[in-house]
Design a protein around this ligand. Structure first.
Ligand SMILES: Cc1cc2nc3c(=O)[nH]c(=O)nc-3n(C[C@H](O)[C@H](O)[C@H](O)COP(=O)(O)O)c2cc1C
Length: 389
């Protein structure tokens, strides 16, 4: 029997590529236009170095923290992603993996599993919403999330509906009917492990978004919901403040990259922000989030929790983000590679890789806790940082 444990996120990504049909793999890579931002998110972490101490290292290290009131065993949260068709267990497998490793999950509006099922698998679930539909529709979805037991809301605002990619976009059908199944058959047949994982459940990916269903109505298709989103006028800061007060609990604004927006988010009453560029899937040319993080922490870090997502692939990346002021990070693609490579166990494997990487980096730096990191632990080349706004 082959050993399916992988030692790095890069190995998980290679396995995901080998195991998933090309269209599904390409949908996870995503990115936009030239891919400048998606590449910079990862490359920027590589430009940062460390300044380790050599003696008087503590014997034990503290990794636990809290995010939006939820205790976490280490400072990594699963970022919300629409993960249609990666694995039959989808977000439920991700939620179980996160629960088994003591952390929280952001559940996408475009998820393939109903929030009630996901919360049952991991009570530390933050529901993620876009600004789509009327205020009444949005309030209705919040009410469902509250009733389901979601412990926080994530509002994601950074999206431009640009789709062009120089490396080509995957074919994603509206629904899996005979015509689309025939078109996808050659790539699915070339990935028998993935195909079998669905065939043995007796169903193919539904490509619907159950968390966008109106009360008593069937789940819309992914593209049906996407169309509603495209037709919704973009939100104002008043809309954000309305969302915060309508939700009435822990609230994160995801997608902030400018200092002035961070300040507006604080005025709107948010609990947390995630410095994010949607993993490079939105406006290409937006700088890597780690470059913008310190300026945002300086501006609002005393008032709200500041997280970062984008480009985190190893535990040492997490430590760099914490040293530059993040309270925790969120990871998008890394758990998806794990899920594709080995289901729930693969996501646990990714979380373990990140956790042990944080642990060993703290050890090498000589730091006793994720709460006692500072800029002094990191070496940044001249001109590395960006202050936007
Ligand atoms: C395939 C894919 C789907 C995503 N779907 C969502 C989503 O539905 N909602 C959301 O807020 N962010 C979404 N994101 C963005 C992630 O939450 C996160 O910001 C990003 O992936 C972080 O970058 P990383 O992948 O380098 O960790 C998605 C990202 C990817 C790669």
């Amino acid at each position: 029997m082959t050993n399916r444990w992988f030692e790095t996120v890069a190995v998980a990504q290679r396995r995901a590529r080998r195991q998933l049909p090309k269209s599904v793999y390409d949908a996870l890579v995503a990115g936009s236009e030239r891919g400048t931002t998606i590449d910079d998110n990862v490359a920027a972490f590589g430009e940062l170095g460390f300044a380790p101490h050599v003696a008087e290292h503590p014997a034990r290290r503290e990794l636990a923290t809290t995010v939006m009131g939820q205790p976490l065993s280490f400072p990594v949260v699963i970022s919300p992603t629409g993960i249609q068709a990666v694995h039959p267990d989808g977000e439920v497998a991700v939620a179980r993996a996160a629960a088994s490793r003591g952390t929280a999950i952001g559940l996408s509006s475009f998820a393939s599993k109903a929030m009630e099922e996901v919360v049952a698998a991991n009570p530390k679930t933050f529901f993620q919403m876009y600004w789509m539909g009327s205020r009444d529709h949005i309030a209705e979805r919040m009410q469902r999330a509250r009733a389901a037991g979601c412990v926080g809301l994530i509002a994601t605002l950074d999206w431009s509906f640009a789709t062009g990619r120089d490396w080509g976009s995957p074919y994603i059908p509206e629904r899996l009917d005979l015509r689309s199944a025939l078109r996808l058959a050659p790539e699915a047949l070339a990935r028998p492990v993935w195909l079998w994982s669905y065939l043995r459940t007796g169903r193919l990916p539904a490509l619907t978004v159950p968390n966008m269903a109106r009360p008593g109505q069937p789940a819309p298709t992914f593209f049906g919901a996407y169309g509603e989103w495209m037709q919704t006028p973009p939100p104002t800061w008043d809309d954000v403040a309305w969302m915060v007060s309508s939700w009435g609990g822990p609230f994160m604004l995801k997608g902030v990259i400018r200092v002035d927006d961070a300040k507006r988010a604080v005025q709107a009453g948010v609990t947390a922000i995630s410095v994010s560029n949607h993993g490079g899937n939105n406006l290409d040319g937006t700088p890597a989030t780690i470059r913008a993080l310190p300026s945002i922490v300086r501006a609002v870090g005393d008032e709200v929790e500041v997280l970062l997502d984008g480009g985190v692939r190893r535990g040492s990346d997490v430590v760099k983000a914490l040293a530059l002021g993040a309270r925790a990070v969120m990871v998008g693609r890394a758990p998806l590679w794990g899920l594709a490579a080995n289901g729930q166990t693969g996501v646990e494997n990714v979380l373990d890789v990140l956790r042990s990487g944080i642990e060993s980096t703290l050890r090498a730096l000589g730091r006793p806790s994720v709460h006692e990191l500072s800029e002094d632990d990191v070496v940044a080349p001249a001109g590395f940082f960006r202050q936007l706004g």
